[in-house]
Design a protein around this ligand. Structure first.
Ligand code: ARG
Length: 444
């Protein structure tokens, strides 16, 4: 009887990297490979094809798992509750799918009795951290392998050569200069010319969104209706959250809304230039925030804004299954209990604007807000309120003006800011002065 090999469960995409991983894990690590292909709503031309490829390359088995419903229900509801935007800009597209895929990898490892779990991430990005942190939190006894981090195929041509030598089909697909990761919540594009943060992104990197200059000339209105913070109807038609995300990706994408071009801080300490398109995610977060503005009590809202940052950083950093993230989710869930109502959005040539919001739980009180007739606000109470509110800083201001106090201790206008010292050229760091154009020098 043939000797039983240990098993490894590999997150498989069908691309060159993870295809080489299958072969490499067999050859170098002497393991049987179980591939797991997750459908998280990415663009693909057939998951069955991907499965067949995994089997041809030599996988013992390949599971194709439709994760979309769970992605929407478990992950994207929480992301929306937290209005999740890393560094205030990035709606965490990839960061949200990694823990979900990890969960299925761990499940498969248990099902097949695998001792190892593997992924095809490089050693420089966030995704390796997310996979490994998630897997470890779900089952600390599993051992993790990261072939791409370990092998010495440093360039694309090296990898293609290795693949051809080891019978891994390279495929006729056009070799994109970009690294792309996409799902229901959006699409991340990096590498190639985008590595120069000064270079404008080529228009053809985007596939979910129309070029805003070519978007329809007529604006389009969309009404979203929410219950407990989750949308359940679009333009009055009830739909699953998943269905609403698909529909909004199409509408917002058609109007060229949801593109992001940013430099972000990776967990591993590298700044990287990233382009994203996230039409539905951006529109949903915008609408959701508009409803919260109406419904949440001020102190809850203000504290929520702080916690939203923490939540996004936590998830970006691979802490989806951590106790901190779970605790913040409990806070978020509490804030969503009364989040019922509707928001009206207007899409037009790359923009999305909130043009209306209403809720049975609205705290907006027109008789308090109005400057017209019917005002019930007690303006005589404002005077005493301001006296007490300013008492502490008034005491400070009086003290600093006592005789003999040096002016710069209290007078912000006297502080020497860099721009007050002279022309802005003067603040150019010394090491940059050499870079000044010569023509400039002559005119000085
Ligand atoms: N920078 C983004 C993130 O860390 C996107 C990563 C995309 N991954 C990829 N393999 N292209 O979430």
């Amino acid at each position: 009887m043939a000797e039983q090999r240990e098993k490894v469960v590999l997150a498989y995409s069908g691309g060159l990297d993870t295809s080489c991983c299958i072969k490499w894990l067999q050859d170098k690590k002497n393991l049987d490979v179980i591939a797991v292909v997750g459908d998280v709503g990415q663009e693909h031309d057939g998951l069955e094809k991907i499965k067949q490829k995994a089997l041809r390359v030599g996988a013992l088995d390949c599971l194709v798992v439709d994760m979309r419903q769970m992605f929407a229900q478990e992950y994207l509801t929480k992301a929306l509750a937290a209005n999740a935007m890393y560094e205030n800009k990035y709606p965490l597209v990839s960061a949200l799918s990694r823990p979900l895929i990890s969960k299925h990898l761990v499940d498969a490892a248990h099902k097949f009795g695998a001792k190892y779990v593997a992924h095809g991430c490089t050693g420089k990005g966030n995704d390796q951290v997310r996979f490994e942190s998630s897997i470890t939190m779900l089952d600390p006894s599993l051992e993790i392998l990261a072939p791409v981090r370990e092998w010495d195929l440093l360039t694309r041509p090296d990898e293609i050569e290795w693949a051809e030598k080891h019978g891994v089909e390279v495929g006729a697909t056009k070799d994109s200069p970009y690294s792309i990761d996409d799902n229901l919540w959006g699409r991340a594009i990096e590498c190639g010319v985008l590595e120069d943060p000064w270079a404008e992104p080529p228009t053809d990197i985007y596939t979910m969104t129309t070029d805003p200059t070519k978007a329809p000339d007529e604006p389009e209105y969309v009404e979203l209706t929410f219950a407990r913070g989750v949308p359940y109807a679009i333009n009055g038609n009830q739909k699953s959250y998943l269905g609403i995300i698909y529909e909004l990706n199409a509408i917002a994408g058609k109007h060229g809304y949801g593109r992001i071009d940013m430099v972000e801080n990776r967990l591993v300490g590298v700044k990287s230039r990233e382009c994203y398109e996230a039409p539905a995610a951006m529109a949903l977060i915008l609408a959701h925030k508009a409803l919260e503005d109406l419904v949440l009590e001020r102190e809850v809202l203000h504290n929520k804004l702080d916690l939203e940052q923490t939540w996004a950083r936590c998830v970006y950093n691979g802490q989806w299954f951590s106790p901190l993230k779970e605790a913040i989710d409990a806070f978020m869930a509490s804030t969503q209990r009364c989040l019922y109502g509707s928001v009206r959005l207007k899409f037009y040539k790359g923009s999305c604007t909130v043009v209306g919001r209403k809720s049975a739980y609205s705290l907006y009180d027109q008789s308090l807000a109005t400057y017209d007739k019917g005002d019930t606000f007690n303006r005589s109470a404002a005077e005493g309120f301001i006296q007490i509110q300013t008492l502490s800083t008034r005491t400070w201001a009086v003290n600093r003006r006592k005789e003999g106090a040096p002016a710069e201790l209290f007078d912000a206008q006297n502080q020497q800011g860099p721009l007050k010292r002279g022309r802005y050229e003067d603040v150019t760091p010394l090491w940059r002065q050499a870079e000044k154009p010569a023509a400039n020098k002559e005119t000085e």
